[in-house]
Write a protein that binds this ligand. Sequence first.
Ligand SMILES: [Zn+2]
Length: 109
Amino acid sequence: MEFNIIPDKDALRKCVWCQKYISDEMEVFAFGAKLKPDIDLSEYESHCIQIGLVSKKKPVYMMVTAAGSEAKNEGKDGMFLACSEACGKKLKNILKKEIGLGKMFEPVW
Ligand SMILES: [Zn+2]
């Protein structure tokens, strides 16, 4: 699988859903996702990539967790950062749909 790597300075400061810039004062809502075992993103480790969704024509950004990191040890292969609870909820709902479609993600929650 091939993905576009988003430059860190953009990726780490943007909401994955609405792409609004997240400032240091803002509370950030982060959650993880597990990928199917046949999806290998090791070449993108600790980078942010743009992923396509099956259920929606909207690209979202995902941080690929690095081997040995806390998130990875918890079984999370990717992390999503949202600027608000509302954005986080929307993204979670989309991911649930994606899990149902069974292309890329597996449930962790
Ligand atoms: Zn947002």
